[in-house]
Ligand binder design. Structure first.
Ligand code: SF4
Length: 489
């Protein structure tokens, strides 16, 4: 299903890309079935936890400095305002903008509202948000409740147009719509593409850089300056005006394929801004391919090759020494799919063997039918096939895997699973910074981080000694595949 910016809502990943949240097998098997359309989702007989796609959607737009969010939802669904405010303050301190709370309010839907509707409440909340915060855009996000009662949000917004002279944009992100919370990214990008981005007036030397937090902003700005281009890190820390001019940029890149596919391909389709679709810049191979992809789009291939040659001479001898120390370490990886595939590649480069990988969901392809390049690379270059599961942070499944395989180290990209691995006694690294293993220096740092984690295991050992896990031996000893029902294609 193609990206369609003429409709108000982004389709779910399940419908648009055929994405799944349940699988147990091997990486090559999953890739092969995905390639021929035979990858059916496998349901669980038990779900321990998951996330709501609304949180992902709201988290993206809350980072826009001069925008506000009105969540048309019961108060519990607006709990993400706390996390959004913490992140916003932290990013402000790190990236140099005012560290204050996110402008995020809720309409506090109650039982009466579910019977009689709450469009008046929503109207009042939008007007009050505009009066109080003077934002340059308001996103009106939806919830399961506003979706189930069929609240006519578009009409409320339409009626307010004469009174509110800024874009007020519906952000359709009802939690029940998708089991894959990354759908929330697409919902946020759809709102930006349909409500904020304007047709280009000119062309600039800016590269749209889709990312989460932007910890390497300074390094990347300096790197891009060598090639005469300038990054616009988004969405966190940008203004509505900057986002409205994304169509004028020379290219779009994304730190994560899962995160960026909708916005990158949407900008390319609508405004002809090329989306650089390569491996992601983690590890040496990924970084070089990514940089070459950018060089090609901006016409600086020669300059990029010179830069790569210089950096290789500086870094590779030291990296070779570290690889000898890392050789033979066995790892389990559990992350979102983009990062899972990237980090299997980085670990292979460093001589660390991945003995199980788990992805929080699985996209068989990206928008425009493009192959998932990080997965494609792995299938072609893996030294051996890897046991692989798709599990949306079901800790009981991961604990079973860690108990069975007893790896030297567990790499996760979610604190909620890292802490359980530690309690179970596995040395663990939470890869929360999206720029971990970014480029040459990042790869060196990542290698030494692994060495630190496996050399001194006292944290995991001490925590495990003092923790009684809730899992019985019977549970832990079951084969992982028994947690999933048969394939329903
Ligand atoms: S799943 Fe539905 S009810 Fe739960 S937080 Fe998300 S929108 Fe609210």
């Amino acid at each position: 299903m193609e990206i369609n910016l003429k409709v108000a809502e982004a389709p779910t990943r399940e419908n648009r890309l055929g994405s799944i949240s349940g699988y147990s097998g091997t990486l090559r098997d999953a890739a092969q079935k995905a390639g021929c359309g035979g990858l059916g989702n496998r349901e669980r007989c038990f779900n321990q936890a998951s996330l709501c796609n609304a949180g992902c959607a709201q988290g993206m737009v809350c980072g826009i400095l001069d925008a506000a969010v009105v969540n048309h939802a019961p108060v519990g669904c607006t709990v993400d305002a706390i996390g959004a405010s913490v992140v916003r303050k932290y990013l402000g301190m790190m990236l140099g903008f005012e560290p204050r709370n996110a402008q995020f309010v809720g309409t506090n839907l109650n039982e009466n509202d579910t019977v009689f509707g709450a469009s008046a409440k929503l109207r009042g909340a939008i007007i009050e948000t505009y009066r109080r915060y003077h934002p340059n855009a308001i996103f009106v996000s939806t919830s399961c409740v506003s979706g189930v009662i069929g609240e006519d949000i578009k009409s409320v917004i339409e009626d307010l147009k004469p009174d509110i002279p800024i874009p007020v944009i519906p952000l359709f992100c009802e939690g029940f719509k998708s089991k894959i919370w990354a759908t929330g990214f697409d919902m946020a990008w759809h709102a930006l593409l349909t409500g904020i981005v304007k047709p280009p007036q000119k062309k600039t030397n800016v590269i749209n850089f889709i990312n989460f937090f932007g910890s390497e902003k300074r390094q990347i700005t300096e790197l891009f300056a060598k090639f005469g281009v300038e990054p616009l890190f988004l969405p966190a820390g940008t203004t509505v005006d900057q986002l409205s001019r994304m169509s004028e940029s020379i290219a779009t890149v994304s730190i994560c394929g899962t995160l960026g596919t909708y916005l990158g391909n949407g900008l390319e389709k609508q405004y002809g801004v090329p989306y650089v679709q390569t491996l992601r810049p983690h590890g040496i191979t990924g970084f070089e391919e990514w940089l070459r992809g950018i060089g090609k789009v901006i016409g600086k291939e020669h300059e990029v090759e010179n830069y790569i040659a210089l950096e290789r001479a500086r870094v590779l001898p030291e990296l070779e020494k570290m690889k000898q120390q890392l050789h033979g370490i066995k790892a389990v990886v559990g992350m979102g799919p983009g990062y899972t595939f990237n980090f299997i590649r980085v670990l292979q480069e460093l001589g660390v063997e991945t003995i199980w990988a788990s992805a929080w969901h699985f996209d068989p392809k990206y928008d425009k039918g493009l192959v998932v390049e990080d997965l494609d690379y792995l299938v072609k270059n893996l030294q051996m096939d890897i046991p692989f599961s798709v599990s949306d942070q079901q800790n009981f499944e991961l604990m079973n895997v860690l108990n069975t395989l007893k790896p030297d180290i567990y790499f996760s990209r979610h604190q909620g699973t890292t802490v359980w691995a530690l309690k179970q006694g596995t040395a663990s690294v939470c890869v929360m910074d999206e720029y971990t293993a970014f480029g040459y220096n990042g790869t060196l740092n990542f290698a030494s981080m692994i060495l630190d984690a496996v050399t001194n295991r006292s944290l995991a050992n001490n925590i495990a000694k003092r923790t009684k896990l809730p899992y019985t031996e019977w549970w832990l000893n079951q084969p992982n595949s028994t947690f999933l029902k048969k394939v329903e294609v």
